[in-house]
Every structure is written in C-alpha cells, then in structure tokens.
Write a protein that binds this ligand. Structure first.
Ligand code: GRF
Length: 227
C-alpha cells in the first residue's frame, strides 16, 4: 500500500482543473490529498474552490516582493511547508524560477493546452487555428526551467472542426484536460511515474512518446517502450 499522494496545486484563475482533482478525491477515484492551493492572484476563483473544500488557500502576490527571486523564494517556502510529494501547475500563468524548479526536478508538473512541443506559451488555441492543424489538445509535462519544454508524460487530442474558433476549441480541449490530468495523477499516486535523466519513466521503463488518453479516458502508450 502506498500513502495518499500529497499534492500542492498552483492556479491563477478559474480552477476547473483543481475542481476536477478535488471531485475525484472526494469520489474516492484518486488516492491523494490536496495539501495546499497557491495563487499569484488574490481573487483567483481557484482559492475560493480550495476554501470551500476546507483546504488552505494562499495568495502569494508578486507585487509584494522586491524582485522575482524574493517572490519565488517566498512562494516555494510556503509550498514546501505543506510537504507535497507533487506540485501541480493547473492554470498557473506565471513562469516558475529556474533555481526553484531545478531543486524540485521531477516533482512539478504542468497541464498545458496544446499537443506539445507544438504551440507553447499563450493563446495556444488561436496558434493551433492559425497553423491550420487538424488535431489539437492538451499535454501534462514535467516542469523544467524551459517554458513548456519539459518531458511530456501524457496527451489528449481533439480534432479541429471546420468553423472552429479559439473559444469553442478551448472548451473542447478543457473537457479533455480534466480526465487527462486525473489519469496522470493516478499514475503518480501509484508511484508509477518518474523523471530520470531528463526522460519520463513509467514502471521503470523509458517513455519514448507521451501516453495518449483514449475516448474511454484510459492512458495508453503511443508506441513501444524501450528498456
Ligand atoms: C487550462 O486550459 C490550462 O491548461 C491552462 O489554463 C487553463 C486553466 O483552466 N494552462 P482552469 O483554471 O483549470 O479552469
């Protein structure tokens, strides 16, 4: 038996991914505890969702610190106090400090609304439309010092439909983000996933391509594993 995964969540806004995590835990589907929710925005609805679930909700606002370093230190001091096994960036819209990230390699993940390595950064849905791709989606990846550049663990794809706009596409991607994040977190809760030598390992095997979420919300290898 493994102990419940201690998760700290970072979110800047609405917090629907956070809510999906809280609901899955409450339903007994995810063996985890959310030990703290952190935001760079005092009014983030994610903080309210945390408070409603009886979870400590903390705003650490950049403007209250002299510089980037001081902010990063303060944020991670607060996070570390909750002793998380895993830090989950779920709609956290700020770059994390490279030193803090490197010190916690393999213990921070992010959900990004594109099929990485395509469409990093902001406005990913518009980027996908502008590129004329037929497939778009979301990725869960390990966070490294490179923006949206860490090894990808799992992805969910959605087709781009004729006449799509960024808003409709974003809605369809978000629907897939929630099961994608939950299924990936289940792997972490079962202690089946790790970052080693810059690569994702599942059950000690190196993942060559990200896992894919199928229509039944199960994760599958997209290719064979290598030893
Ligand atoms: C999601 O699309 C996430 O991938 C992106 O920001 C959005 C956050 O949504 N990084 P929510 O706050 O979880 O509802």
């Amino acid at each position: 038996m493994t102990s419940p995964l201690r998760i700290a969540v970072l979110a800047s806004g609405r917090g629907s991914n956070l809510q999906a995590i809280l609901d899955a835990i409450a339903a007994g589907e995810l063996d985890a505890h959310v030990v703290g929710v952190f935001s760079d925005r005092r009014r983030a609805f994610a903080l309210e969702r945390a408070a409603m679930a009886g979870i400590t909700a903390t705003a650490v606002q950049p403007k209250r610190f002299a510089d980037r370093n001081a902010f990063d230190k303060a944020l991670f001091t607060r996070i570390d106090e909750t002793r998380p096994d895993l830090i989950v960036c779920a709609g956290y819209m700020r770059l994390l400090g490279a030193a803090e990230v490197t010190a916690r390699a393999g213990r921070i993940i992010n959900i990004h609304p594109s099929l990485l390595p395509a469409h990093k950064g902001l406005h990913t849905h518009q980027q996908a439309l502008d590129d004329g791709v037929s497939e778009h989606g979301a990725s869960v990846h390990f966070v490294t010092a490179e923006l949206d550049g860490g090894p990808v663990i799992a992805q969910a794809a959605v087709p781009v439909l004729p006449g799509d706009n960024a808003e409709h596409l974003a809605m369809r991607v978000l629907e897939r983000e929630h099961p994608l994040l939950l299924e990936t977190l289940k792997l972490f809760a079962a202690r089946r996933v790790a970052l080693r030598d810059g690569a994702v390992h599942i059950d000690r095997l190196t993942l060559l391509l990200p896992l894919r979420l199928d229509s039944a919300n199960r994760l599958h290898p997209a290719s064979e594993f290598s030893q």
